[in-house]
Design a protein around this ligand. Structure first.
Ligand code: AR6
Length: 173
């Protein structure tokens, strides 16, 4: 598994799967979620709506992941995950964030796919401090790397500032 930090719009990436930082409804929202749904088209919303609910209005609880096709995206699949909302860091946020990364990779492996791009899950609307999120992401991915050698991971940042923070976390690991 190789890990790189890139500065890009995740909707433009031609990889096996891009990850969406979604909310539990999986019916779209702002930020990267909105961008992915706009670029993938109505078929993505229909596919998400068809996923079973595990509670009223909940298709994916925080820390879990679901997979759909990518439809009009260059990426073949979208792995939807729901990051934690930041409440100061002592409410299980790191464990939930770690679980998002592990769950996404588990779905990738189950489909025998090998390239994946992650946005900075929880670092926008959900308010997770970027440097802390990057630390969790990189540590989790390195742990996965020791067991699964053949996966390419891109950590996709949407601003120069985020790119610098994530690159620093990767360099420090
Ligand atoms: N490509 C890559 N990264 C992006 C893109 C893009 N096109 N657009 C935004 N980002 P956020 P969250 C970055 O808020 O914090 C939604 O409404 C963005 O700059 O998208 O997990 C959902 O429906 C930030 O660094 O996700 C949920 O309700 C990162 O993606 C809620 O927001 C994540 O920001 C989820 O919040």
């Amino acid at each position: 598994m190789s890990i790189s930090v890139i500065l890009a719009d995740i909707t433009q990436l031609r990889v096996d799967a891009i990850v969406n930082a979604a909310n539990p409804t999986l019916l779209g929202g702002a930020g990267v979620d909105g961008a992915i749904h706009r670029a993938a088209g109505q078929a993505l919303l229909d596919a998400c709506r068809a996923l079973p609910e595990c509670a009223p209005g909940v298709r994916c609880p925080p820390g879990e992941a679901r997979i759909t096709p990518g439809f009009a995206l260059p990426a073949r699949h979208v792995i939807h995950t729901v990051g934690p909302i930041w409440h100061g860091g002592s409410h299980g946020e790191p464990a939930l964030l770690e679980s998002c990364y592990r769950g996404a990779l588990q779905l990738l492996r189950a489909r025998r796919l090998s390239s994946i791009a992650f946005p900075a899950i929880s670092c926008g609307v959900y308010g997770y401090p970027a440097a802390l999120a990057a630390e969790v992401a990189v540590a989790t991915l390195h742990d996965e790397l020791t067991r699964f050698a053949s996966i390419d991971v891109q950590l996709c940042c949407f601003s120069e500032t985020m790119h610098a923070i994530w690159q620093q976390a990767l360099n420090a690991a």
